[in-house]
Write a protein that binds this ligand. Structure first.
Ligand SMILES: [Cu+2]
Length: 312
């Protein structure tokens, strides 16, 4: 169930309020535009220059009553918009207080790291959340300015190196909500996608339990060969696989890659075939990505794919 639609498909309580404000502003603007168009049209026709009379029309300077009216009306309109904006901000962006973040979001060129400090889950590009819960996200960046945005669920916010930002985010209904980096951050900016997977509390708990399993390292067969290659082919310099010495966070945590729907922050759907393609040459699918072409032979690739698929 994939949806697009941004503000026209508000799917969180926050986004419902924000979309409401947008609709109000659009409605008021259309109202003002309509009044102006009607007035201009009327005046152009009513006071057009006649063929008989060529003198200047009557000029009316300094009408105090008129000036008061056209000062008060715009102030009233702005005051209403100000009040609506303030109540929207109160609803969408409540104070953080001493609330601990539920997820730490770190922007990387060109993927997202999601860390759940309360459980210890560390994953990438796909943000799971229980429906009806409002999560506090702490937004950071490891390199350049990125911007976290899932249009159907609420506010967008910058991920700035050396500075933390916070947003509240929740989903009012189950589904997959697509988002993306919204601040140009280099060649693969367009392929820095976000998938929010909003699910029931039970499904979320199940996912979380799976994420926390420490997989056993295969001891025999082609997968064991893959495990060995993972250590010797420099993969471990950039990636984490829990339960092995690989603990780097330059690239996504691969421990439970099986649980993810996509590879490369959305460039490929996750399947053994696509994983093979990615490992043969990631640069073909995401040119400029910070994972180099590892120049693996076909049998090395097959062994590593077997290993990553075996991690459960
Ligand atoms: Cu970007």
């Amino acid at each position: 169930m994939e949806k697009l639609g941004g503000i026209f498909n508000p799917s969180s309580p926050e986004m419902v309020v924000m979309a409401g404000l947008t609709y109000y502003i659009i409605a008021i603007s259309i109202g003002i535009l309509a009044i102006i168009v009607v007035a201009v049209t009327y005046i152009v026709i009513r006071y057009r220059k006649g063929s008989k009379d060529s003198s200047e029309p009557y000029q009316n300077f300094g009408d105090l009553r008129l000036e008061i009216v056209w000062t008060i009306i715009p102030i009233a309109i702005v005051a209403v918009l100000f009040q609506l904006t303030c109540s929207t901000m109160r609803a969408v962006d409540p104070p953080i207080g001493d609330h601990e973040p539920d997820v730490v979001v770190t922007g990387h060129q060109w993927w997202w790291e999601f860390y759940y400090p309360k459980s210890g889950v560390l994953t990438a590009n796909e943000l799971h959340m229980p429906v009806g819960e409002r999560l506090l996200l702490r937004i950071e960046s490891i390199d350049v300015i990125h911007d976290f945005w899932v249009p159907e669920l609420g506010r967008k916010i910058d991920a700035i190196p050396g500075h933390t930002n916070y947003i509240w985010i929740g989903a009012g209904e189950p589904g997959i909500f697509l988002g993306a980096c919204a601040e140009f951050c280099g060649t693969q900016h367009a392929n820095m996608r976000i998938r929010v997977i909003a699910e029931t509390q039970e499904e979320f708990n199940e996912w979380q339990e799976q994420e926390l399993v420490i997989p056993s390292t295969p001891r025999s067969g082609i997968a064991a060969k893959g495990a060995e290659l993972f250590q010797t082919k420099a993969c471990m310099n950039c990636h984490t696989i829990v339960g092995t010495p690989a603990a780097a966070r330059i690239g996504p945590n691969l421990t439970h890659l099986n649980n993810r729907q996509t590879i490369g922050a959305g460039v490929l759907t996750n399947s053994p075939e696509n994983l093979t393609k990615w490992l043969v040459n990631p640069q073909k699918y995401k040119q400029g990505a910070l994972m180099p072409n590892m120049k693996l032979t076909d049998s090395e690739v097959n062994a590593i794919v077997a290993y990553l698929e075996a991690l459960k």
